[in-house]
Design a protein around this ligand. Sequence first.
Ligand code: FES
Ligand code: FE2
Length: 397
Amino acid sequence: MDTDTAYGLRLGAPLNELAQVGQGTPYGEVLRRYWQPIALIGDATTRPMKVKVLGEDLILFRTRKGKPGLLHPRCTHRGASLYYGGVEDDGIRCSYHGWVFDTEGHTTEQPCEPEMGLHRDRMRQPWYPVREQYGLIWAYMGPAEKKPLLPRYDTFENLADDEVLIADDNGVGGGGPALLDFNWLQHWENVMDPFHVPILHARFSGNQFTPEMAIIPEVTFDYTPRGVRSVQFRGLGDGRQLRRVTEVMFPNMRVVASPKLTSGQTNMIGWVVPLDDTSFKIFTIARDSDPEFLKKLRSTHEGKAWKDLTEEEHQRLPGDYEAQKSQGDISLHSEDHLTTTDQGVAMLRRMMAKQIKALEKGENPPGVVFDESEMVVAIEGGNYFEDAVAEPATVGA
Ligand code: FES
Ligand SMILES: [Fe+2]
């Protein structure tokens, strides 16, 4: 008798210790040991803006003198939100009783108190340090004594005269809407899943990238000091091969070169930043001579933008969004059947679990830098066209 029907199916559970991002959650604490991009530089203005990061609601603003600040919304006096505050030269004034906080949460005025508040130094608005770099605002949301340096990346250094840096928070590389409404890990681990490319992005969606990407690659995976790397070999049939290197770097970076196969080291890096357990944004930085480079990279489906697809077209031409969102708001990882081609995903999950343990033992996670001599990170990801050695690496799909 054939008994494997869906009757009595157990639904399973997510790998919460890897997927959840709030304070005190195992991987949420790993994420908090690194600077995270939280907004574009232009988002911080004298009009307070609500931002959500790692499950925390915060208020971003820029003082009239130009300094960005990131404060907890609930005023330390009696809780009115600083979203309704007024930005001044050196801080933000709560609209309820006028207390003023600077960008580090110091209370600088309490106008209704005698002498502007004799004890105001005892009341500090919860705050996070922020920095501006490469067009993005970065926040450090972890324990103060563990705050590392804000790293730089060789990809974005020493620009040529005709090159610019482009920063984007619009989900480049994720497909679908700018605010992705499911758990961030489904997207991050997809970066270590090179086999979905020739299937989802070629056979299903009518070759979204280039003809070479439709070839099923031969792949090796290995650990690097900062994460996991996959190297994908595609024989091109003309004595050359494409060696495409893709990296994930802790805690949530994606180093994926242009699928349109620009040659050499990648010119872009992304950060998969959870807003909470069931939504995330992808911040991307690129260097290029064309300021529209990232916009042009956005994938289309038979020439149509994702947002213009009909329901029938979503079914017929699914992309990353359809695949990853449909795994669930948080995937039930316990029910996955990881096979040979999921080696990269398994390695990434294993390394994440290992870093959680390392943190519990008081160690620093990989790539957290305290020494200026290690501040510039070398990026290996890219598309490298080479003479094929020995046998052509692959069979065409
Ligand atoms: S609640 Fe903010 S000053 Fe009173
Ligand atoms: Fe994809």
